[in-house]
Design a protein around this ligand. Structure first.
Ligand code: MG
Ligand code: MG
Length: 264
């Protein structure tokens, strides 16, 4: 199917879906600490989404078994929540989807578990920066390659590997719609951006090699050199020629600020 451009009304419904994911990630942010398991986070997320009259978007999608994808350290994406307690110094990428009013929200944040090394902090910072640099290119008349290049350039400038096999995507009544949103590419190439386009932009950036492999569970993607990987994702519409970020990290950031204030 071709690109499904959304009306203003549809974009407002998609904002609701995206914001519910944002709030879910905010809830998760308060709970990520050493000793907690990804399965506990998963249960919290599922309850919260259902309490908000929505459906977990990943549960059962392509037969995925849970509400969250939780990817720890060298796991890039699509990790399945387990009973293994998180350890101080780990990172965990939490990707969450919902369906509300028939539209998907899909966004992700990589959390530090307790205190992480300076080099891991930098990986998280640069990956998040690359997401926003990509989003800034979502301007009417620009092309996908401009977005892709912006992400790749920032990550590689910092010596990181950009995952190529997995990409962002169009988002709407389906979780994965056209077009693909690669995190690498050349300026001036690819589909032209127009009003009504809604994308899930999601750089997956590795500290070392860009190469990845899949675990035997049929889901979990890991880095080939077992170095850590980060993943941040937003849902964005083009409105009046400019990017309108439908999701937000503000709930996560508020929660993390509270947690840090308690520690200090
Ligand atoms: Mg996602
Ligand atoms: Mg996605």
């Amino acid at each position: 199917m071709g690109v499904q451009y959304k009306t203003r009304d549809e974009i407002e419904l998609m904002r609701e879906s995206a914001q519910l994911v944002s709030k879910t990630l905010g809830l998760i942010a308060k709970e990520v600490k050493p000793g907690v398991t990804a399965l506990q986070l998963d249960k919290l997320a599922e309850e919260f989404i259902r309490d908000n009259k929505a459906i977990p978007g990943f549960l059962g999608l392509y037969d995925f078994p849970n509400t969250l994808c939780t990817s720890v350290n060298e796991q890039v994406v699509h990790g399945i929540p387990t009973n293994k307690p998180l350890l101080e110094g780990d990172i965990i990428s939490v990707d969450c989807g919902v369906v509300k009013n028939g539209f998907y929200g899909d966004h992700a944040y990589t959390f530090a578990v307790g205190e992480v090394s300076e080099e891991v902090k930098k990986l998280l910072k640069v990956t998040k920066e690359s997401l926003y640099l990509g989003i800034a290119e979502m301007v009417k008349g620009k092309r996908m390659g401009d977005l892709s290049f912006a992400i790749q350039n920032h990550a590689e400038k910092n010596g990181y590997g950009v995952v190529r096999e997995l990409v962002g995507h169009g988002l709407g009544r389906k979780m994965h719609e056209a077009p693909n949103v690669p995190n690498y590419g050349k300026r001036g190439r690819g589909p032209i951006f127009k009003d009504g386009l809604v994308l899930a932009v999601e750089p997956m950036i590795n500290m070392g090699t860009r190469r990845i492999t899949q675990l035997n569970d049929g889901w979990t993607i890991i880095t080939s050199d077992k170095k850590p990987s980060a993943h941040f994702e937003h849902d964005i519409a083009i409105v009046d020629g400019k990017p309108d970020i439908l999701s937000t990290f503000s709930y996560v950031e508020e929660a993390l600020a509270e947690v840090n204030a308690l520690i200090v």
